[in-house]
Design a protein around this ligand. Structure first.
Ligand code: ADP
Ligand code: MG
Length: 488
């Protein structure tokens, strides 16, 4: 049973906290030298540590710590300076050690936040409780052999960051925007590819409901197994309606771990609180405590890639872009990087934004390609902007004729292209004035009528100028000169 009536749903407040796992992009695994790479032959990337052989000694991968610090800085967290690792014990076939090495009481990042848009488009601050380093388990494959479960340990020991939010999220939109923001950040930071469909970013949603204005949170359920942003939305929506139906019927929500069924859009119980694992955490005896020094933090700060919020601020405050344009450009890092490269070669920031969001994006959409594969170099796009600004090519010729030719001949400059295709327009004053005078002289009565007030006749003279100039006249200048002569 789920509740669908608006007036009932309206009485309740949704409360959500998200736990996000991000698989890190590193050369080797979290605590060993085995290769960290996706898509290789099963069990190709293992080592005695991955296999849990006795006597092996784990060591933390410095790259993992650096990634964690990057994310901590980007999410306004405090960094823990003295920490240790912990064992989280459980048995599973794809976990040969019998435990995961994680951080229990000393997560590397604490008390951060991210600002996202709420359902009304207003800013909303979502607290981040903690970010800690841990490792992934291997993969059990149930569907390739009718009788046996196969185990692939390539993923065992792959580094993860777990990002735990405060229960600050109050709507489906906030949940979506927060998760999208975390994904955008890990991509900007080059620490995780953020691909939920492939499982390199995973999200568990803790959901509860309470009457609006209530002081205490309701019991929560944790929903797992959503493999897209959209499915996280669907799962939270269903779970909220299910819990409201229970409370409305006078019942009490029991704390559970549930799984999302993407086919039906529903959630079902995996285990109750009484079945919750007892992981028997204890400090990892085989690893040194970890000291995060000022020098190590400085090093990460120096190598920090630009953050979308800083680019957004610079584009709106300094370059004069609208919030809308800045939002679209910074939405994806490769687009923003293309824009950055364009504005190294032009100061017409608005035109650069328009061309990027206009013809470049349409080309990418139409060809279903990525900006990374777009053949035209940013400096060539900047050169096209210059041609238009210098009145050498009309805006419409730039968009409709020069640009498509640039895509076909990415080695040629827009100027060469305009030249060979006879698209350069003339803005030479004397030349243009001469043509304008000829055009007016061809229609003496019309010129008289214009002077008497029939301003609509300007179009006629414009047409004549274009004809006489073989369409090479710059229209803006031609119309100015025509008006000047006619009003003499
Ligand atoms: P556990 O140790 O069981 O995972 P935590 O206290 O770490 O529990 O909380 C896990 C997640 O649940 C956090 O993201 C937190 O924000 C969220 N959470 C806690 N209480 C609630 C609640 N009443 N409703 C929704 N989410 C909650
Ligand atoms: Mg948890």
């Amino acid at each position: 049973m789920i509740e669908e009536r608006e007036e009932i749903l309206d009485k309740y407040q949704l409360v959500v906290g998200l736990e996000i796992h991000a698989q890190l992009i590193t050369a080797s695994k979290a605590y060993s030298g085995a290769v960290n790479s996706y898509g290789d032959l099963p069990n190709a990337n293992t080592c005695p540590l991955t296999l849990g052989h006795p006597g092996t000694l784990p060591r933390v991968n410095t790259g993992v710590v650096q990634h964690a610090v990057r994310l901590g800085l980007a999410t306004n967290c405090s960094l823990t300076r003295h920490m240790h690792f912990a064992r989280k014990n459980y048995f599973y076939a794809d976990l040969p050690k019998g435990y995961q090495i994680t951080q229990d009481t000393t997560p590397i990042c604490t008390e951060g936040y991210l600002d996202v848009k709420d359902a009304d488009g207003k800013n909303k601050r979502i607290g981040i409780t903690r970010i800690h380093i841990e490792e992934d388990a291997g993969k059990s494959i149930h569907d390739q052999d009718p009788f046996n479960t196969l185990v692939d340990l390539n993923r065992a020991g792959v580094p993860l960051l777990e990002i735990v939010s405060e229960p600050d999220i109050r709507s489906i939109e906030e949940a979506y925007n927060y998760l999208a923001e975390v994904r955008r950040l890990v991509r900007y930071l080059d620490i995780c590819d953020g691909n939920m469909e492939e499982g390199s970013m995973r999200c568990d949603a803790n959901v509860s409901v309470m009457l609006k204005g209530a002081k205490e949170y309701g019991n929560r359920c944790e929903v797992k197994n959503m493999n897209s942003l959209r499915n996280v939305q669907r799962a939270i929506t269903y779970e909220m309606k299910r819990q409201i139906a229970i409370v409305e019927a006078g019942g009490k929500v029991t704390q559970q771990t549930r799984s999302f069924d993407a086919v039906n859009g529903t959630t079902f119980s995996l285990r109750g609180k009484e079945d919750a694992h007892d992981y028997r955490y204890f400090p990892e005896p085989d690893m040194q405590p970890l000291e995060l020094t000022d020098a190590a933090i400085e090093k990460v700060k120096k190598a920090m890639p630009p953050l979308p919020r800083d680019l957004f601020k610079r584009y709106t405050d300094e370059l004069g872009l609208s919030e809308y344009d800045a939002g679209i450009i910074t939405e994806s890092k490769p687009i923003a990087m293309y824009y950055e490269a364009m504005i190294e070669h032009t100061t017409n920031y608005k035109a650069a934004a328009n061309r990027l969001m206009g013809e470049v994006k349409s080309y990418i959409n139409q060809t279903a390609t990525r900006i990374e594969d777009f053949p035209v170099k940013p400096e060539m796009m900047a050169a096209l902007i210059k041609l238009v600004d210098e009145n050498k090519v009309s805006n419409s010729a730039a968009t409709q004729q020069v640009f498509p030719l640039m895509v076909e001949h990415p080695g040629q400059s827009p100027e060469e292209i305009a030249q060979t295709h006879n698209l350069l327009q003339k803005s030479d004053d004397d030349w243009l004035e001469n043509i304008a005078r000829q055009a007016i002289a061809a229609f003496p009565e019309k010129a008289e009528a214009y002077k008497q007030g029939n301003k609509g006749l300007l179009g006629l003279f414009m047409g004549e100028v274009m004809k006489l100039s073989e369409r090479k006249a710059n229209p803006k200048m031609a119309s100015q000169i025509l008006k000047k002569i006619l009003e003499e």
